[in-house]
Design a protein around this ligand. Structure first.
Ligand SMILES: [Zn+2]
Length: 321
């Protein structure tokens, strides 16, 4: 995926899921993309969404994945002990304290020298995670496992977080329809329940922290653990609570649907009223109740849940639109 640079500070721009706007994560400058860039990103997102219709074991998937990875950028990192680390990445996201690379089997996070201590904060937050006993195996798959940590020669700290080959940053799929957004909300509610269980608030939780597997319809929370705090911790004068996780969930879902934020979500031909109201409304006081309400909203929005592949439209599943 090609990168656009901020004209003010040179950082890589974050492209809006619609492919029409971009913003700078450093200086917060906003840009309207020109037509050729908009066409490029829309085409890229379209190709990513093409994975939704493919079977995990199919040859099509393997061919398309190879094609995708053949366009990957290479970065070389020099460790303080002289070793070199080569990283092939599909996508690079630049946040205020780190650059985040999507490699094939890892998410590589490079904390800038002045924020190198955040690598330890990230590790501590992740290692403190506990899971409800019945679900230990499956749930832990959707949270970071640290594959390695390195001190680089320029003083920055590099962390490798394991991921499956089929997991991609949610942002790379652009705008998705309501049914796609619905399974993502279900998975995010699940992730928020684990945060709730651990009494953890993720103050910076956003679209770039989430990775999805388009074949298995799973979502993982790999990003931003350096800013995770205990419930009711004051951060920069604001008390962060687990309920903030549920507000962030709504913002992420709104952006996936192509809205600027949760407050602007409105029902459309594609987005049923109960779903829209759930996103634009206030969350329950905790993730367990919020997930229970979401289940109800899901039923009211789409009727009884049925298995669907992403390319199947309503006509095929329900016999009518
Ligand atoms: Zn900038």
């Amino acid at each position: 995926m090609k990168y656009l640079e901020c004209k003010s500070c040179g950082a890589s721009l974050v492209i809006d899921p619609s492919g029409t706007n971009a913003h700078c994560p450093y200086c917060r400058s906003r840009y309207v993309l020109d037509h050729s860039d908009t066409d490029y990103y829309r085409d890229f997102y379209e190709r990513m969404r093409g994975f939704f219709g493919l079977s995990k074991d199919g040859q099509d998937r393997r061919i398309r994945a190879e094609e995708l990875w053949s366009s990957a950028d290479e970065s070389v990192f020099e460790c303080s002990d002289g070793r070199r680390i080569d990283v092939k990445s599909l996508y690079k996201y630049q946040d205020r304290d780190a650059e985040v690379y999507t490699a094939r089997q890892n998410v590589i996070i490079r904390f800038t020298p002045e924020n190198a201590a955040n690598a330890d904060k990230f590790r501590r937050a992740v290692s403190s995670l506990d899971y409800p006993s019945a679900d230990t195996k499956s749930l832990s798959d959707f949270f970071p496992t640290i594959g390695g940590g390195f001190k680089l020669s320029d003083g920055s700290a590099l962390l490798a977080v394991k991921k499956s080959e089929d997991e991609y940053p949610l942002r790379l799929f652009g705008v998705l329809g309501a049914r796609h957004a619905a399974w993502i909300v279900s998975r995010l509610e699940n992730l928020c329940c684990v945060l709730e269980y651990n009494s953890l608030a993720h103050p910076s939780l956003g679209l770039d922290d989430i990775y999805i597997d388009p074949y298995d319809h799973t979502a993982s929370l790999y990003g931003g653990w350096q800013s995770v705090v205990r419930n009711n911790t004051s951060v920069g004068g604001k008390v962060c609570t687990t309920r903030d996780n549920l507000i962030a969930l709504r913002t992420i879902a709104a952006q996936v649907l192509g809205f600027e934020d949760a407050a602007t979500v409105r029902a459309t031909d594609d987005l049923p009223e109960p779903f829209a109201a759930f996103l634009s409304g206030v969350p329950e006081s905790n993730a367990y109740d919020d997930f229970a309400r979401w289940d109800d909203v899901l039923m009211k929005s789409f009727g009884e849940r049925r298995f669907m592949t992403m390319d199947t439209d309503d006509e095929h599943i329900y016999g009518k639109r």
